[in-house]
Ligand binder design. Structure first.
Ligand SMILES: [Zn+2]
Length: 197
């Protein structure tokens, strides 16, 4: 199929902005990418309006959640560290938890990631999102411990969360903060990119 359809941004009747992307897929799907609604549609798909109507409740509840996160994120402050300070703190935490768990990781990478704070690979490497540079120490500890724990327990099963709970009994609160910081940093990044233009 050679139909070329350009991706575009548009508005819902209720004034919610969304973006349309056409892909070679069979069924349409709705996604939220860092707070923005994206409709991923099969080539030639015409029935946008009824698709939106069908998912209106889901869309509205997601938007309410995002607005709450944006509101909460106003109370947060970004920690100012140099890149060197940030790498130092992360490496110190890694050593601390490696000792504690009696494990060793292979390599650590720092990389800008679009959908997660950090990750653990089967090659025993840990990747840290460079956006973490601006998070408070407690959140850095929490994320590093989480990834290190994957050396022992791969999946997020009950045992995994029991181990998290033992060290971070306030993990629900920390997860919430991470969620709000994500929104705050996305917003900051978009603005600083805009300022450069
Ligand atoms: Zn994990």
């Amino acid at each position: 199929m050679n139909t070329v359809q350009r991706d575009r941004a548009t508005k819902m009747p209720s004034n919610i902005e969304y973006e349309v992307r056409y892909r070679k897929i069979r069924y349409p799907r709705l996604e939220f990418k860092t707070g923005n609604l994206v409709l991923v549609l099969p080539l030639g798909y015409k029935d946008e309006a009824s698709l939106l109507k069908r998912h209106e409740r889901w869309i509205n509840s997601r938007i309410a959640m995002i607005n709450e996160a944006l509101e909460e994120s106003k109370n947060l402050t970004l920690v100012m560290r140099t890149k060197e300070e940030f790498h130092y703190v992360i490496k110190k935490l890694l050593h601390k938890y490696e000792k504690l768990l009696g494990k060793k990781i292979n390599k650590i990478y720092f990389r800008r990631m679009r959908s997660k704070w950090a990750s653990y690979s089967t090659k025993n490497n840990i990747t840290i999102n460079t956006m973490m540079q601006y998070l408070p120490d407690e959140l850095l500890s929490y994320v590093v411990f989480h990834e290190l724990l994957h050396t022992e327990i791969r999946k997020h099963n009950a045992n995994f969360w029991r181990n998290i709970e033992r060290r971070f009994s306030n993990h629900d609160e920390l997860e919430m903060q991470l969620f709000y910081y994500w929104f705050l940093l996305q917003k900051e990044m978009t603005q600083s990119q805009m300022n450069k233009i």
